[in-house]
Design a binder for this molecule. Sequence first.
Ligand SMILES: N[C@@H](CCC(=O)N[C@@H](CS)C(=O)NCC(=O)O)C(=O)O
Length: 215
Amino acid sequence: MAEEVILLDFWPSVFGMRARIALREKGVEFDMREEDLSNKSPLLLKMNPVHKKIPVLIHNGKPVCESLIMVQYIDETWGPESPLLPSDPHERARAKFWADYVDKKVHPALRAIWLSTGEALEAAKKEYIECLKVLEGELGDKAYFGGERFGYVDVSLIPFYSLFYVEKLANFSIVEECPKLVAWAKRCLQRESVAKSLPDQDKLYDFVLEHKKKL
Ligand SMILES: N[C@@H](CCC(=O)N[C@@H](CS)C(=O)NCC(=O)O)C(=O)O
């Protein structure tokens, strides 16, 4: 039986980008369905009744929600010859720790930059740069977070590269603050899976500005 893989998504979503990258890394064909988040489809509400958020991966009719869980599911379901998570339990736990750090620290800091002005913006900017420097320290001189292979932490963090342009909102230079992290992002972008999954930075920046105005 042919597999049916549907991704309920929204193009600017960093969480949706994770799923797109993981599916493309594994060479899985999927049907990406764009959601209107101001008028959610009955399918989204049915498949993610708890959070009612995208992304949702629907594999042969069964939903998987939450992007980090989804990337893990994709890794366990397809392409065992090109794993995203390490097989060693401690390395695996470590990778999950850093992906969780991205969600708990980087994402809120970034949102705070969009939402604030004046002194609050300065504080948000400081927090955001600190988080990126911590990640840069973890990357060290490695090609990718897990070493020589592109993996789970890379998939979790690289979507945020498309938002590094937030520096324009807060007047700082990411490349000056975190040169190794920017070099890592450019390395990731050479992968087809990443290049195809991240939106154009200028289009995204315009979207963020519109979103900021509405908020
Ligand atoms: N923790 C979730 C976050 C998903 C999320 O925040 N999705 C946003 C779009 S980026 C959404 O669907 N928002 C609609 C809403 O909150 O009503 C994940 O990792 O998948």
